[in-house]
Design a protein around this ligand. Structure first.
Ligand code: EPZ
Length: 430
């Protein structure tokens, strides 16, 4: 089983190129099948989740041509099957974006119900509410979500909770519905805006993405396009916090600083210096870190996907900090792992009470989920001695070449396949 082997203690210094946004790419890849013409997508992250989604799309007849690691041509004209098998959905819940896309284009789709995952139950009631409001019949049978509509008609939909997935999935179904759809209480994340811009480049008529009211005028058909996915806000934030936690000096390149504002603001609060330019942000952590309070919120608030990373950093900051998780109900599973490294954190309900400690010592830890795994890696980079992070398949779902990019910043980290390689690493780095 692959693991990351780390010898901590080096401040991270240098520049790192940020890749395309995973959570925009997953929806954009699914939406690309809504036309029978060819779509060219660039700056796609080469990660497990996007690769599995492309396989799911090929399984129903989508023509997928991989131009290079980050560029793919998609053509949905030969789709012959509208049932996505549960094998794919089990591996990646975002396969459910194919429902919105196929329902919008073919007026029917069947996809296995995505299970919960490590961070919470993750219902899809708001997705279903939106599709039903557009006139679709939606039923759940034998673990499948079965959707069908004679026709889809625009509707005025009020989301009960701010949901990225539901906003995107309903938006996709609505772009080819008859008439106008209004989605109230919509999610405003950068990747929601990116999906709307992508659909508009295919001939859709979406206004207001990025605000909490999205207005869509349905169109008969969509055409091919060429599109470049936005940079990944969370990959960038993870590297920004890797600078803070290791007292380093890291510049994240190919980013949109505006998308990182809440992350930069917290880094300044805990004592880092931030320098912004058009497409880069530099984080310098030369002073001892201090405590703060943070609560995760929908964009533009502090992202839930950055919660484990800031908590790990605050565990090494002076004083008492509080991290409140308001989006998911079970996103503190990494705390027990950080405790093995010497962290002093008490979780009560949806708040972690953190008492900063002087240092972490390396330990063997396991990644409970994608972002928690990334947090354990950056904690290991700051720890004294060796840390081994296993279950890194979670991390590789969303971070492309994570250990290689960290090596480029001076981290002593390798991806090892077995204990023999681990011993070799320990012997080599001493
Ligand atoms: C997306 O998940 C992201 N995943 C998540 O990133 C991210 O944490 C989340 O948005 C919040 O930003 C992808 O984009 C593939 P939600 P999603 O619907 O869409 C509740 C990562 O690490 N809810 O915005 O599933 C839900 O339970 C992943 O990259 C309902 O109640 O999140 C949660 O409490 C992890 N009913 C809240 O809304 C619904 O129908 C926000 O969830 C849908 C959601």
């Amino acid at each position: 089983m692959e693991k990351y082997a780390i010898r901590g203690g080096n401040p991270l210094v240098g520049e790192v190129e940020i890749g395309g946004a995973k959570n925009a790419a997953l929806a954009i890849l699914a939406a690309a099948v809504m036309t029978d013409e060819t779509v060219l997508i660039e700056n796609m992250p080469d990660v497990r989740d996007t690769n599995i989604l492309l396989q799911a799309m090929e399984s129903i007849g989508t023509i997928v041509e991989r131009v290079d690691r980050h560029t793919v041509k998609i053509n949905g004209s030969q789709i012959h099957n509208l049932v996505i098998s549960d094998g794919y959905v089990k591996k990646i819940r975002a396969s459910y974006y194919l429902i919105g896309a196929l329902l919008g284009k073919y007026k029917r789709a069947e996809v296995a119900l995505p299970g919960g995952c490590d961070i919470g139950s993750r219902p899809i009631d708001q997705h279903i509410k939106g599709w039903k409001a557009l006139g679709a019949n939606v039923k759940i049978e034998h673990g499948l979500i079965i959707t069908q509509a004679d026709s889809l008609k625009g509707s005025h939909i009020y989301m009960d909770v701010v949901s990225v997935g539901a906003t995107i999935n309903v938006m996709m179904a609505a772009v080819m519905a008859e008439g106008q759809t209004i989605i109230e209480n919509a999610a405003k994340e950068p990747h929601v805006v990116d999906v709307a811009n992508f659909l508009n480049s295919m001939g859709a008529n979406i206004k207001g993405a990025g605000t909490d009211v999205i207005r869509i005028k349905g169109t008969e058909r969509l055409h091919g396009t060429e599109y470049v996915i936005i940079p990944d806000q969370i990959e960038a934030g993870t590297f920004m916090f890797s600078a803070a936690i290791t007292k380093g000096d890291v510049t994240v390149k190919n980013v949109i600083p505006k998308h990182l504002e809440s992350i930069s603001a917290k880094l300044v609060e805990i004592g880092c210096e931030i320098e912004e330019s058009d497409d880069a942000v530099r984080v310098v952590a030369s002073k001892p870190l201090t405590h703060t309070k943070v609560k995760t919120l929908p964009y533009p608030g502090f992202p839930t996907d950055m919660q484990p990373q800031i908590a790990a950093t605050l565990a090494l900051a002076g004083g008492a900090s509080m991290v409140t998780e308001s989006i998911f109900e079970n996103r503190f599973k990494y705390v027990d792992e950080l405790t093995k490294m010497g962290a002093d954190i008490k979780v009560e309900g949806n708040t972690a009470f953190i008492s900063g400690v002087k240092k972490f010592t390396g330990a063997n830890v396991s990644s409970p989920d994608l972002r928690a795994g990334a947090a354990l890696v950056i904690a290991g980079l700051a720890a004294e001695g060796f840390t081994v992070v296993d279950d890194i398949k979670y991390i590789e779902r969303g971070y492309e070449d994570f250990h290689l990019k960290l090596q480029g910043l001076g981290a002593v980290i390798e991806r090892v396949e077995d204990d023999r390689e681990l011993q070799k690493f320990k012997f080599k780095v001493g």
